[in-house]
Write a protein that binds this ligand. Sequence first.
Ligand code: H2B
Length: 100
Amino acid sequence: MVKRLGEAERAELLPTLGGWEHEPKRDGITKRFVFADFVAAFGFMTRVALLAEKADHHPEWSNVWNRVDILLTTHDADGLSMRDIELARAIDKAAEGARA
Ligand code: H2B
């Protein structure tokens, strides 16, 4: 069982993530990534898919042409956990240099 983050942990960790916003309905974090075109967006999704599978932690996402909207939340914790913070950091790295 994964632990949901407490108030103090959230207050410390969330400001360290660039551009990720808390989503209260699902108790997750969201971010929109925009790329030059569909191929760049899908390349990013491929990189994220591989690292998500390796971490056994998967994003909820949608793609429209050059745009990828991502929500991270932990089903096993019913909300935000350290796994989401770690995946957010890895996703930001996977987007580096590729964003429009
Ligand atoms: N992804 C996310 N976002 N939350 C989870 O709780 C989760 C997951 N659990 N990927 C994993 C897979 C779990 O179902 C497997 C059995 O470890």
